[in-house]
Design a protein around this ligand. Structure first.
Ligand SMILES: [Zn+2]
Length: 297
């Protein structure tokens, strides 16, 4: 007697008419015409049955806030960041939790069961951190939510940025984030990458940094991220998110960069939907889409 049988499923490898038997939260049978009884049987009606979807890059503290306090007129990332700054003084923990939980319901209903969300740590009240830690606990039975400490206004550029990020990690945020291309200078950006990687190494945490989210071909913080990942022995625990400048970089330079990322075990998270919308806003024609180099990576 099994706990659950899904009958007449289509699988991602193309097999149809498959029954799936589940016992004690484990899949124990995948076959046509499974002869068994179960506490519950669901007729899938030939629909697709897959592993859950994973969203590797999200910002749950700003979810469902479109139009608050106003709509982004230029469509640029910089105006988006400014808008978030305008909204921050009006955020409350109750509203953050309410919107995040509403989003989680939508996510689960669409088969999305694992989310890595960045959470802004630059507000010294750490309202969003407390809210999303609460949400992480609340959804734990059905959604695997991982939080990244993200210094939206710059680790070194924002007053108290580093201290607030450390406080967020002390509260239990899972991953160390960063935004080197938003620091005041290239060298400050590189310094932020060093500080954050060392912090993560000391604490045995992963790194997932917004890196080179710009159309500037000279924004090369991914090189510094790979350098420190390799230097600190963090292979397999470091990720660069967006990497949109790679779209605009010199091809020769990229032919050196990608092997360095590989050696350092640095992963890349592309964000096609958001970057196709945001990038190339300062271009006349041709307008760049800012997609990182997915096939080569
Ligand atoms: Zn992001």
């Amino acid at each position: 007697m099994l706990d659950l049988i899904l009958r007449n499923c289509t699988l991602t490898d193309g097999r149809t008419g498959i029954d799936i038997g589940i016992e004690a939260d484990r899949i124990v049978a995948v076959m046509p015409n499974l002869v068994a009884t179960a506490g519950e049987t669901i007729e899938a009606g030939g629909q697709l049955v897959t592993a859950p979807f994973v969203d590797a890059h999200f910002h749950m503290d700003s979810t469902l806030s479109y139009g608050l306090p106003r709509i982004n007129q230029s469509g640029t990332l910089l105006e988006g960041i400014a808008l978030w700054g305008e909204l921050k003084p009006f955020l409350t923990q109750e509203l953050l939790v309410e919107r995040a939980l509403a989003y989680c319901d939508w996510a689960v209903a669409k088969g999305l069961l694992a989310i890595r969300s960045h959470v802004d740590v630059c507000d010294p009240r750490l309202l969003a951190v407390d809210a999303l830690l609460h949400v992480r606990d609340k959804v734990k039975p059905y959604l695997d939510l991982q939080l990244v400490a993200f210094p939206q206004d710059g680790l070194l550029r924002a007053p108290g940025g580093l201290a607030n990020l450390i406080r967020a990690l002390d509260k239990g945020v899972d991953v160390v984030g960063g935004i080197p291309h938003f620091e005041r200078t290239m060298s400050e950006g590189a310094e932020s990458v060093r500080i954050l990687c060392e912090l993560a190494a000391e604490r045995g945490l992963r790194v997932d940094m917004h890196c080179d989210e710009s159309d500037d071909p000279m924004s090369r913080h991914i090189e510094t991220l790979a350098f420190h990942a390799q230097r600190l022995g963090m292979q397999g625990r470091v990720t660069g998110s967006h990497l949109t400048s790679m779209h605009s970089m010199d091809n020769y330079y990229v032919s050196k960069l990608i092997p360095l990322m590989h050696e350092a075990g640095v992963a890349a998270i592309a964000n096609p939907l958001i970057n196709i919308t945001l990038q190339g806003r300062h271009d006349s024609y041709p307008k760049r889409r800012g997609m990182t180099r997915v096939p080569e990576l």
